[in-house]
Write a protein of this length. Structure first.
Length: 176
């Protein structure tokens, strides 16, 4: 399939896919209250970055307009350089806006928790997390697979710690 550069330029490429967000950003947490907390933090951070990027683009556009009034060679080259930066910034803004939509979509599909409920969940969360980490360490020692890779396999739903035989089978299959 043939593509032209203009079509390629118009593609919005997310820094993180919905799958990555669900499996690796939220999936790193073992309880719903902590997943809720994480998505709220992600949304707040991305909103701040997005607004900052929009202001940066506005500043860049003002500089571009000022340079456009000059006719010397250096100013024209600086203008071209700033236009390239503006294009990249615009792409980043589009990507962040699309990712923010995904985060808000996920947020609307999960239960919400108060700070008190999140705090009340801490004991259960840390018990599950530390137990999972210990099990991963055990598998790492037995199989020689890094803890990070085992964690990723678990978060992606490819293996489960509740079925150690399955873990060993998947790891054996992945190594072959």
């Amino acid at each position: 399939m043939e593509h032209d550069m203009e079509t390629l330029k118009n593609l919005v490429i997310l820094s993180r896919s919905k799958y990555q967000i669900e499996k690796f950003v939220l999936g790193q947490h073992d309880t719903l209250p902590m997943q809720f907390r994480q998505i709220v933090l992600e949304i707040r951070s991305l909103e701040t970055s997005l607004e900052t990027a929009k202001v940066s683009l506005q500043i860049l556009e003002i500089k571009i307009n000022k340079l456009a009034t000059k006719n010397d060679e250096i100013s024209l080259l600086k203008l071209k350089k700033k236009e390239i930066k503006a294009g990249m910034l615009s792409e980043g803004i589009a990507s962040s806006a699309a990712e923010l939509e995904i985060l808000n979509e996920i947020l609307s599909s999960i239960p919400w928790f108060t700070e008190v409920e999140i705090e009340q969940n801490q004991e259960e969360y840390w018990e599950k997390r530390l137990t999972r980490q210990a099990e991963i360490d055990s598998i790492q020692a037995a199989q020689g697979i890094s803890a990070g890779n085992i964690s990723s396999l678990i978060q992606a739903g490819l293996i489960s710690l509740q079925n150690e035989a399955k873990v060993e089978n998947v790891i054996d299959r992945e190594l072959k």
